[in-house]
Design a protein around this ligand. Sequence first.
Ligand SMILES: [Zn+2]
Length: 197
Amino acid sequence: MNWQLQYEPNHQHCGEACLTLTQHNRCEPLRRWFGPMATQLARWLRASHSKISGQHPTTINKSLAQQLLMQASFHHQACLHRYHVTQDLPAQSPAMCDVLLYLRMSRLHPCQDTMETLLNTQMPHCQDLEDILQRLVQAELIQCINSGSQRFYDKNPYPHDHILDTQTDRLFDYTGPEDLSATRILIQPHAARYWIH
Ligand SMILES: [Zn+2]
């Protein structure tokens, strides 16, 4: 039986990768990984098997599909420890752990849409994303940054300045005046004012 792998480095233009494993003749993917987990598994596949390339689906055999599922499981467990998720959420649901793990692994400040893409790709059985995000914010493990109608999430729960790039709708940490431009807005914590430079 053949299996198919597809790696998308910029899934739906959200800035995150997605790796999809599908069993031949099935419409629904067997497993999908989103964000840095997808990138790291794709790197492992290339290093061990040189099987996947580009964005086109690649056919793999059952043995490699099984190895990938095992590697993904080991890597996931290792990351839960490495990113202190198990330590910070000792008695929480796997879904809540996975949301915090994604945020801690990601280099982005993901927006609400990206969080929903995480849910739709990697965690299709999770129904309560809003509740999970709210509880993580209340526990001060992450923070939520609102800007107009946009909402972003940050793995750094401590107050700090951000830049909203209005051309790309991306939020990132402010590092200095060189970050500012006509289309970039400085957002300061607990401040009612926004500056347009
Ligand atoms: Zn930040």
